[in-house]
Design a protein around this ligand. Structure first.
Ligand SMILES: [Zn+2]
Length: 567
């Protein structure tokens, strides 16, 4: 029977755990000096070694042949724990056992002394999945910990765990594993297995795994099975989906170099890779945004986003005019809108390709070569335009007959005549916050902001680097973003929005609603609000009659953190 690499090569000693030296050294010291805690919280992204560390800990604390804090892995106790056969080491997956009953069961059974080993160890994985009732039951146990019982709680989402629980544990934050560490571990394993490999292939895999060792080994498994016991670059690119990434880069270069025919061929190749038309457009939008982002702040685009060829991405970003990128996003959004109703997306993608290849930087005296190359194949364009007209006529017919399309994600898109396409700010969400905003609320949010940023992943934090809270009430926070396209990237990122909401909940004890705005629109939004929401009995206005009431009210609402410019 074939066993997955990550199972076979599951670390059995603290020193085998990749990239977590600080944590493993601390745990070894605690075991050697008999200063272990009753409860531990292991947090960190998936595949970073949390449950492996928990099992090694369970062995080390129960092993009678300890060497420098490491379990011997030879004695009966060690072997039984490795095989999951020791009754005193209990692994619980909270994702499947989230009921109060199970935890009550723990409470009852935890009272009894270990039967086979020195310590009874409960390892509760994905502990954030427990229900409130189960958390309360667990808290009772942690408040009066039975002797010789240790709880190890593991989670990818510590912000979902009640502070009352966290405060009773010793917390260890497992880091994402660096591409280098993950690369070294793969080299080690492949050498032990005597499997040949291309170093470049391992780099591609390490990058694709995004800091999870288990993911890296799972991908490596697939690549090995493809390559008949060798690891080739081609297979690694294919398995990680990097082929598509490369093709997207090809396509972007081709359309910006105005070579329509190769671009059309690349597009067909991408569709053959199994990508659907909508996904293709989403990928192009996201690639274009990354290029824009890289132009503004190169350090904010992580190398994972850039794919297997960082230099190529960087060169492309330097060569292309930002205005062209903005036009591309607009064109992509337009086509995405039109495609909502069609059953022939391929035609739209052809039109898209021709349109993109025609975009030019708005420079007077454009290079003559580029202009020549930009002349489209008019016959082909004409043909496509006719096809699209036909499809749109069909569509009008369908709509007239009452066929409704599902509301598309892009329905809220506002198209500016020039510049980037920005989703319109929903003032109906902003105004209630402004209506109840106080300086104190804003100060409170600002006080926890740094901690909130620390909860986020590195990529999320980089994105939020350009954002600040600008107004707050008890119920909501307005967050302004420096660049409009980053604002849009943020609001499209549900995981980020969830993390921010959960983080605020944890840090402030309640979860104010987060509403994002592009910073360039913020002064106007504020002015519009103040102009339309004059309070009848504004105390600020009566106290300081010398100043215009609007300015006064702005100061009262937003403190000295904003300047009110005269119109
Ligand atoms: Zn042992």
């Amino acid at each position: 029977m074939y066993r997955a690499l990550y199972r076979v090569w599951r670390p059995q000693r603290f020193d085998d755990l990749v990239g977590q030296q600080m944590i493993t050294q601390t745990l070894k010291n605690a075991i050697m000096t008999h200063q272990t805690s009753h409860a531990y919280l292991f947090t960190g992204p998936r595949g970073t070694g949390k449950t492996s560390a928990a099992k090694i800990f369970a062995k080390a604390i129960n092993c009678h042949h300890l060497v420098d804090g490491e379990p011997c892995n030879e004695c009966a106790t060690c072997k039984a724990i490795t095989n999951g056969q020791l009754n005193d080491v209990i692994e619980i997956d909270a994702a499947s056992n989230n009921g109060v009953e199970e935890i009550r069961d723990i409470r009852d059974k935890a009272k009894y002394a270990p039967t086979e080993a020195d310590y009874k160890i409960y390892i509760i994985d994905e502990v954030h999945m427990l229900s409130t009732g189960a958390f309360n039951a667990l808290l009772k146990t942690l408040e009066e910990p039975p002797a010789n019982v240790i709880f190890i709680l593991a989670t990818t989402e510590p912000h979902k765990i009640p502070l009352t629980i966290i405060s009773r544990t010793q917390r260890f934050d497992f880091r994402r594993i660096s591409a280098k560490d993950s690369y070294d571990r793969m080299v080690y394993i492949l050498q032990q297995k005597q499997v040949e490999f291309d170093e470049k292939a391992l780099r591609v895999i390490a990058q694709a795994a995004e800091g999870g060792m288990r993911d890296a080994l799972s991908i490596l498994d697939q690549v090995i099975s493809f390559g008949d016991n060798t690891v080739t670059l081609d297979d690694a690119l294919m398995v990680t989906g990097s082929v598509t990434k490369k093709l997207i880069a090809d396509y972007m270069e081709e359309v910006t170099q105005h070579v329509t025919k190769p671009a059309l061929e690349t597009m067909r190749q991408i569709l053959q890779e199994g990508k659907d038309a909508n996904r293709f457009i989403e990928d192009l939008i996201s690639y274009t945004r990354d290029v824009l982002l890289y132009q503004q702040a190169p350090e904010m685009v992580d190398s994972v986003a850039m794919g297997e060829n960082d230099q190529r991405f960087a060169d492309f970003a330097k060569s292309i005019d930002a205005e062209v990128l903005y036009q591309m996003i607009k064109t992509l959004n337009d086509i995405q809108q039109q495609m909502r109703f069609t059953t022939h997306p391929d035609v739209y993608l052809e039109v898209l390709t021709v349109k993109l290849a025609q975009l030019e930087a708005p420079v007077s005296g454009a290079k003559p070569t580029a202009a020549t190359a930009a002349v489209p194949d008019t016959a082909a364009v004409q043909q496509l335009t006719t096809k699209v007209d036909q499809l749109q006529a069909e569509l009008q017919g369908l709509k007239a007959n009452g066929v409704k399309a599902a509301p598309a994600k892009t329905a809220r898109v506002k198209q500016n005549s020039n510049g980037p396409v920005i989703k319109k700010v929903n003032v109906s969400q902003v105004y209630p916050i402004l209506g109840a905003a106080t300086k104190d609320d804003l100060v409170q949010v600002r006080e926890v902001w740094a901690d909130l940023m620390n909860i986020l992943s590195i990529t999320q934090r980089a994105l939020m680097h350009v954002a600040q809270p600008v107004a707050a009430s008890d119920e909501g926070v307005v967050v302004a973003f420096d660049y409009p396209f980053l604002y849009q990237k943020a609001i499209d990122d549900q995981a980020l929005m969830d993390a921010l909401g959960n983080g605020l909940d944890r840090l402030m004890g309640h979860a104010p609603k987060l509403v994002c705005v592009p910073k360039e629109q913020w002064p106007q939004i504020r002015r519009d609000f103040l102009a339309t929401h004059q309070p009848e009995n504004s105390p600020a206005a009566s106290q300081a009659p010398a100043k215009p009431a609007v300015v006064d009210q702005a100061e009262q609402l937003f403190g000295d953190l904003v300047e009110v410019k005269p119109d």
